[in-house]
Design a protein around this ligand. Structure first.
Ligand code: AHR
Length: 326
């Protein structure tokens, strides 16, 4: 009995030693995530948690910054203090990063800017991975121009978070196209903070301020579009392919594309949240001592409702929707 016990204890000690050695071998990565403001964000978070696992050789320190810049800066500083191997930042806003990026650089910790961009010289961080948000805006604009075929457009925009590269880029891209269309008028543009509640609130206020004066609504993400749809439903305003208002959205999440397939969203420009594998690839290269590109582009598509054909977007089908991973 005593022998058995001693054997068991020895086995437990060996296992403990092995697992602590394994834990030491893991690459320690800190991820300062924007928050949980949208379905897109949640899909992006799940993607990171599924890729940066112990089985894949990583220990992930994840901080949901709840759309608060101060919390995000604090999270990055705590990663530096903990001397993690890599820091991933999905910046809430573009501004205000120079000091903390310099601190990470001084500490010798590579920083990967993910999803959104920062207003800092690329020499201040290691690399960036994300979608082209200006191009997303241009795609929405090009599709609208093709669909309107010269007809007047009175446009209301529900923007994303003020100061975020996602909102700035989509506005810039859309405006690049709008400037060539004197028959378009952007009546108003307000932030819905990328949330459903924000989208609904802004749309309710637009409906009061501009009754019957608009025929296009552009929402910077799917959740804002759901809020805008609720507000228009309550006001008896019809939208989508059979409606009075053309509805454009960004993200192309599964729920957003379900509405696109139903014809409620005319055009949905993708922002691909499945980005973690690209970041992992960058880290693997750095671990191997290889050089990395300054920017890794995550490619997007665009989708339009059934009955619409476009050179800029794919017409939605039930098969396409079933195949969507998020
Ligand atoms: O930065 C990506 C944007 O942030 C997505 O479009 C939006 O849904 C999210 O909140």
């Amino acid at each position: 009995m005593k022998k058995m016990f001693a054997l068991l204890m020895a086995l437990v000690m060996v296992l403990a030693l092995c697992s602590s050695a394994a834990a030491e071998d893991l690459i320690k990565v800190g991820f300062a995530q924007v928050g949980h403001e949208s379905d897109w964000r949640n899909a992006n978070t799940e993607n990171y948690k599924g890729v940066f696992t112990a089985e894949n050789g990583y220990e992930l320190s994840f901080v949901d910054c709840d759309n608060d810049n101060a919390v995000q800066l604090e999270a990055v500083r705590s990663f530096i203090e903990q001397d993690l191997d890599y820091i991933i930042i999905a910046p809430i806003e573009t501004a205000g990063w120079n000091t903390v990026l310099a601190e990470a650089k001084d500490a010798g910790i590579p920083v990967i800017i993910a999803d959104r961009n920062v207003d800092a010289d690329p020499s201040e961080y290691t690399t960036r991975v994300g979608t082209d948000m200006v191009k997303e805006g241009e795609t929405a604009g090009l599709w609208l121009a093709e669909y309107m075929a010269g007809a007047e457009a009175n446009i209301l925009v529900i923007e994303g978070t003020v100061g975020s590269s996602a909102a700035l880029g989509r506005s810039e891209g859309f405006n690049n196209i709008a400037k060539d269309h004197p028959e378009w008028k952007i009546i108003d543009s307000q932030s819905g903070d990328f949330t459903q509640a924000g989208g609904q609130q802004v749309m309710e206020s637009f409906l009061k301020s501009y009754p019957g004066q608009f025929n296009v609504v552009v929402c910077h993400n799917d959740n804002e579009a759901y809020g805008a749809m609720d507000a228009m439903d309550a006001a008896g305003v019809t939208y989508g392919v059979d409606g009075d208002v053309i509805l454009i959205s960004y993200d192309a999440t599964k729920a957003g594309l379900t509405y696109t397939l139903e014809g409620k969203i005319n055009c949905n420009v993708e922002c691909n949240p499945i980005q973690a594998a690209f970041v992992k690839e960058v880290i693997e290269k750095l671990e191997a001592g290889e050089a990395v590109e300054a920017f890794t582009l995550v490619v997007d598509e665009a989708f339009v409702a059934p009955g619409i054909t476009s050179q800029y977007a794919t017409t939605m089908t039930a098969e396409l929707l079933a195949a969507r991973p998020y």
